[in-house]
Design a protein. Structure first.
Length: 275
């Protein structure tokens, strides 16, 4: 029996599969992960191992094609590993949907879809509502609370097609927050956004880390690693090249167990937005 109530959930959404977190479970444990895209030859990831502990903000860095996005997609369940294991709070991929929030690159989404900002953020509550239940008043209160937290409450009724890049990123983060996720996977969250959004996203993620949440984010912004993260995974050609613990510019309590300590042998292969 998993910490979410069952090892293989019967359906993807619905509160029936939501259980309590297993005491002491590591938010994310990746062991000897090898992944390749369907129809391709060489593995995109090869024997990748690392862990993210409670309260950590970990950056994935490396050149294009190093495997950053592939790691995030595999953990999110969008790609099937060829070999190795991923555990989220001690459970297999897909067992605890509500514990994990994945924010893809903004370019991967169709921003022309006819939906308002509030409706987009509400989709983060679907994992709690189930397939055939309408949002309740308290769900909308949570949505508006998260919009307020991200400074876009005045955009609630605006079509997402009319948002700037920074506003889009704020909306996506609000969607993750309203989900009540504990592990945040973000693909280039600070790319091509305004300075105010950059600072706000960094602050919100730091708040989540202080409250015991965990962050794993792909980024090319090497200049701000020290103020946005407390550990870095350096990737090259689908392998972990280096694990680095940073001295953080902003005071976020660092977990006693560093990321390097969580790797056994790399070579061997309810924080909420108030309404």
């Amino acid at each position: 029996m998993s910490s979410c109530g069952r090892e293989h959930p019967r359906w993807a959404y619905g509160e029936r599969q939501h259980g309590r977190l297993r005491t002491g479970a590591v938010p994310l444990q990746v062991s000897n992960l090898t992944t390749r895209y369907p129809g391709t030859g060489a593995a995109v990831l090869a024997n990748v191992s690392f862990a993210v502990t409670a309260g950590q903000r970990v950056a994935l860095v490396g050149p294009n094609g190093a495997g950053k996005s592939t790691i995030l997609k595999t953990i999110a369940g969008l790609l099937r590993p060829e070999y190795g294991e991923v555990r989220v709070y001690g459970d297999p991929i897909g067992t605890c949907h509500h514990r994990l929030a994945y924010l893809p690159q903004r370019a991967d989404l169709d921003w022309r879809f006819p939906i308002t900002v509030a409706e987009l953020v509400m989709t983060g509550r679907y994992v709690h509502l189930g397939w055939f239940r309408w949002p309740r008043a308290r769900d909308w209160q949570r949505v508006h609370g998260c919009l307020q937290r991200l400074g876009i409450a005045d955009l609630a009724n605006r079509q997402i097609a009319d948002l700037s890049g920074g506003q889009q990123q704020r909306a996506l983060l609000a969607r993750a927050l309203v989900q009540d996720a504990r592990l945040f996977l973000l693909d280039e969250p600070l790319n091509a956004v305004d300075e105010a959004t950059r600072d706000l996203v960094t602050e919100v993620l730091a708040d989540e880390a202080r409250a015991g949440g965990s962050v794993l984010a792909a980024t090319h912004d090497l200049q701000r690693l020290g103020e946005s993260f407390d550990a870095v995974i350096h990737l090259r050609e689908g392998r972990v090249e280096q694990l680095e613990t940073l001295v953080v510019a902003h005071a976020v309590p660092r977990p006693a167990r560093t990321i390097a300590a969580a790797v056994s042998n790399q070579r061997m292969g309810d924080r909420s937005c108030s309404g």
